[in-house]
Design a protein around this ligand. Structure first.
Ligand SMILES: [Zn+2]
Length: 213
């Protein structure tokens, strides 16, 4: 089996998205790119993750052409491969329809950095609605992430995060969802006060130097 270890990692992250309540059923999709071969391991469409073994994770090339797998790759594969083509530094992508992040996407409202766990990804912009699975959506998401940002919201659809490893992308998707929940509660409480911009810049610089926040 091609890339068995990477397929296993994608499967584990897919199961984690379900366990962490980021995705229900088969609604999200997860992928990872092998840095050596440039091949992409991606969750299949319509098969529940708890019924999958690593051989159920599809392997496609960076243009989305099937290389190996027993099920059809996710219908959102074009969005994943477009990000990999646009971003040499991204090796893992997690796309979810998590409730609170998607709520901001429905409000068509960018999510600011409201807590320190969000400083490396916020502000998270909203990509205007395009049909799910379309080339237009893939191109719009890749363009929005081409400046190096790790996360965007998809209007009336969900959220997508890219990182240097699929497990890192999962961790950021969790922080994105948590930040969106707190931001929504703050809005309902009367005021959404983002972190001061200079503090965000200083925390980012500290993080880039390798200091823990
Ligand atoms: Zn979706």
């Amino acid at each position: 089996m091609l890339l068995e270890e990477l397929r296993q990692r994608v499967l584990k992250v897919a199961l984690d998205t379900d366990r962490l309540n980021l995705c229900k059923g088969t609604s999200g999709n997860i992928s990872a790119r092998d840095p050596e071969s440039n091949l992409v391991c991606v969750t299949p469409s319509t098969v529940p993750y708890d019924q999958l073994g690593p051989d159920g994770i599809a392997v496609v090339d960076v243009n989305g052409q099937m290389v190996e797998g027993k099920y059809k790759p996710s219908s959102e594969t074009p969005m994943h491969t477009a990000i990999y083509r646009a971003r040499a530094d991204v090796h893992g992508v997690v796309h979810t329809h998590s409730v609170f992040a998607t709520t901001f996407a429905i409000m068509n409202r960018p999510l600011p950095a409201v807590v320190i766990t969000m400083v490396m990804m916020a502000p998270v912009p909203v990509v205007p609605f395009q049909m799910p699975g379309s080339k237009e959506l893939a191109d719009a998401v890749a363009a929005a992430m081409s400046d190096g940002r790790p996360a965007v919201l998809l209007q009336n659809h969900g959220a997508i995060v890219g990182a240097n490893a699929v497990e890192v992308a999962l961790g950021m998707a969790v922080y994105l969802e948590e930040g969106a929940q707190m931001a929504l509660l703050a809005l309902q409480g009367g005021a959404l006060n983002p972190l001061p911009e200079d503090a965000v810049a200083r925390m980012r610089a500290a993080f880039m130097r390798g200091k823990a926040l």
